[in-house]
Design a protein. Structure first.
Length: 367
């Protein structure tokens, strides 16, 4: 997320505007699962996740991700996780400038921004599926009301491999000219690992560790310059409780120098932060959530990302039973910063036919 829950709601009625074709033969919900995970995918709601459940060693199925209310499956903002594409987070005032031209996008955020990409309400097509994986695709040329001036095609694959959920996203330029691009995912993690069907616990305090090197100065949730020091409110370099204070920040600088089986986290100036980010075949550990034993053993959740996910948004709303840790390829407002010559935004320029691809994983272990 990128502001308080009220601020991040779309302009009244926008969520109900139909995008693309009717569902036709597409299922409302696709469920994949194994003995450790159960995932609900919503093709008609931008390939969002409706639920993300895990089974703990005591045999109980629990909601790791915030479950989507049955009455809200068409609203990505209330889903367990949603995909932001072909840009992540916000474009200030909806004004997109690139190559000497400026486009006015629909300002569909209550704060007057163009928010969370252009495909959240699109109908995605299931192109491959088995018991433990599903791939969905969308083409902007086949949609109505896509809030982006260039043509693109995107795909996402959700795959379960034992205790690991692997999410691979791709974005291809199908236009005749280049455009600035990026994407991100917005998973909401529950504060407490409660049995499926239980109400959330806003008082629970899981431990959060994020080995970032730097953060961004923000105004109304949009970066105003290059990465700098991490604000104290968002400093999770040493594991600590998620907390009850409001947090809405963008972190970066996870991995730059290998050192054995670990990497030294650096800040924007290259200085050693003292934080360590483990690195293995699954990628950099961008965040670790530890749920202390209550009516279940300790559970550790690792969010690992590849190099393309150079940024992480941390969102902790007040008095809610969930928080968000969002792997994103670029910083909030990155398209404007990139045009202003700011380095390290994570924004890529896709030439016609070029594709950006990135993977993150969520793994669950019990020490």
């Amino acid at each position: 997320m990128s502001t308080d829950e009220l601020l991040s709601r779309e302009v009244a009625g926008a969520a109900s505007v139909p995008h693309g074709c009717p569902p036709c033969d597409q299922p409302d919900v696709v469920t994949i699962g194994n003995d450790r995970w159960s995932i609900d995918v919503l093709p008609g709601t931008g390939a969002s996740l409706g639920a993300g459940r895990i089974r703990t060693p005591d045999g109980v199925w629990r909601d790791l991700l915030r479950p989507t209310p049955q009455t809200a499956t068409g609203n990505p903002e209330r889903c367990a996780s949603f995909l932001m594409l072909p840009w992540s987070n916000r474009i200030d005032q909806g004004r997109l400038t690139f190559g000497g031209q400026t486009w006015q996008l629909q300002r569909n955020g209550a704060d007057g921004t163009a928010i969370h990409g252009a495909t959240r309400h699109a109908q995605w097509t299931v192109t491959a599926q088995d018991e433990t994986s599903v791939t969905l695709e969308v083409s902007s040329a086949e949609q109505v009301g896509i809030n982006f001036p260039w043509q693109f095609r995107a795909a996402v694959t959700y795959r379960l491999d034992g205790s690991v959920l692997r999410v691979t996203t791709s974005l291809r330029n199908t236009d005749v000219e280049p455009f600035p691009a990026g994407f991100g995912h917005h998973p909401y993690f529950r504060r407490a690992l409660l049995p499926v069907g239980s109400a959330g616990d806003p008082e629970a305090q899981p431990m959060l560790e994020i080995p970032a090197g730097s953060g961004y100065p923000l105004a109304r949730g949009i970066a105003t310059g290059s990465a700098a020091a991490i604000p104290a409110r968002a400093d999770y370099r040493v594991a600590r409780p998620v907390g009850s204070a409001f947090v809405d920040d963008v972190l970066t600088g996870f991995v730059v120098q290998a050192s054995g089986n670990a990497t030294e986290a650096r800040d924007a100036t290259g200085s050693d932060t003292g934080a360590l980010a483990t690195f293995d075949a699954e990628g950099c550990t961008a965040a670790r959530i530890t749920y202390p034993a209550v009516d279940h053993p300790d559970v550790v959740v690792d969010l690992r990302t590849d190099d393309a996910y150079g940024h992480l948004v941390v969102y902790v709303p007040r008095r809610r039973g969930y928080f968000a840790v969002e792997p994103v390829t670029h910083v909030n407002g990155g398209l404007a910063l990139q045009q202003a010559g700011v380095e390290g935004t994570g924004v890529v320029i896709l030439e016609p036919g070029q594709e950006q691809r990135a993977t993150f994983t969520v793994s669950v272990t019990t020490p």
